[in-house]
Design a protein around this ligand. Structure first.
Ligand code: PYC
Length: 321
């Protein structure tokens, strides 16, 4: 239910490889539920007004990923976190986890070293290093189906892999004439969105019907510091400015499944802005891999958001009032 009195939310903004994260550190609700999945369901059910007020204009913009800190599920973890965006709650988010770790370090709530953070997809560990550098050990990631064909509107066939990296991804090469460059963002967005719609129409999903809501296009790197460059389209039709940590995890899992990446080898994944995440894998006994993804985040602002229900866009432009 929407509040009837003025709400104040203290937030810290950062970016990881260009992709923004807004961490809510004060004024946040105590969510019902013992598990992170139950807490996320409570946030989605009871606090959607907060999600849209924090992400949408005039206080935010569509590319921001929000991170709500909660009590951890396990006593060994330093925090729990629920990620959300312009259309709802996410499963996992690694650029956001790097942003959360740097924010907690900035606040003096954690020091350098290894810490556990609980998320709705499972517990991840973060190693905080120098100058905003963070290495995340992600949840188990795996290639679910490879060589999946999907027909786009207009008849063009694309073939890609479906993988879990903390979100469901369809991984596919970008067409030769569609280079992964910032100047092509609109065309890349249209192409990726048409794949997402085609997957939906064809009823193609991740395991257990999981919706494939992230599309990851690949092309050659523009610089020598990377092995590949990607463009990732997120569920709310915004593109990831970073190389996408859960997308990099999905890529690592597919490379490993195809015998193209061994334990101990490093994969350097650039995103559309040519910022790079590096990743390695450890085989998981249950199948798939445990990916480790490294990147850096930087604090960009500290603010208090004021949400006055009497104001016309209190809950965000476009929020259903
Ligand atoms: O880095 O995992 C990630 C991510 C997911 C959505 C946006 N970024």
């Amino acid at each position: 239910m929407r509040p009837e009195t003025v709400q104040q939310l203290r937030v810290i903004d950062s970016h990881t490889g260009g992709e923004p994260t807004r961490v809510l550190i004060d004024g946040v609700p105590d969510l019902e539920g013992a598990t992170m999945q139950e807490k996320r369901a409570a946030f989605a059910r009871d606090y959607d007004w907060m999600r849209s007020a924090v992400i949408s204009e005039p206080r935010g913009y569509d590319a921001i990923v929000g991170a709500l800190l909660t009590e951890p599920e396990s006593t060994e973890s330093v925090a729990g976190v629920i990620f959300f965006n312009n259309v709802g709650c996410l499963n996992g988010c690694l650029h956001g986890t790097i942003g959360v770790a740097v924010t907690l370090y900035h606040l003096g709530r954690i020091g350098k070293g290894i810490h556990r953070i609980d998320t709705p997809t499972g517990t991840v560990s973060v190693e905080v290093g120098e100058a905003g550098q963070v290495t995340v050990q992600n949840v188990r990631s795996y290639c679910y189906r490879s060589g999946v064909e999907v027909a786009l509107d207009g008849g063009c066939l694309v073939t890609g892999d479906i993988a879990w990296g903390g979100n469901w991804f369809f991984l596919v090469d970008s067409p030769e004439d569609l280079k992964i460059e910032l100047r092509n963002v609109e065309a890349l967005t249209r192409h990726a969105w048409s794949i997402r719609e085609a997957l939906g129409k064809a009823g193609i999903t991740g395991e257990a019907g999981g919706e494939i809501d992230h599309i990851e296009l690949f092309g050659p790197p523009s610089k020598e510091d990377a092995d590949s460059k990607n463009f990732v389209l997120c569920p709310g039709r915004e593109y990831d400015r970073s190389p996408c940590g859960t997308g990099t995890s999905a890529k690592l899992a597919c490379l490993h499944a195809k015998g193209l990446l061994s334990e101990g080898e490093t994969w350097r994944q650039a995103g559309i802005l040519d910022t790079v995440f590096s990743g390695t894998v450890e085989s998981a006994p249950e199948g798939g891999v445990y990916p480790t993804v490294s990147g850096s985040a930087f604090i960009t602002s500290e603010a208090t958001l004021r949400i006055d229900p009497a104001e016309p866009f209190a809950f965000g432009i476009g929020a259903d009032r």
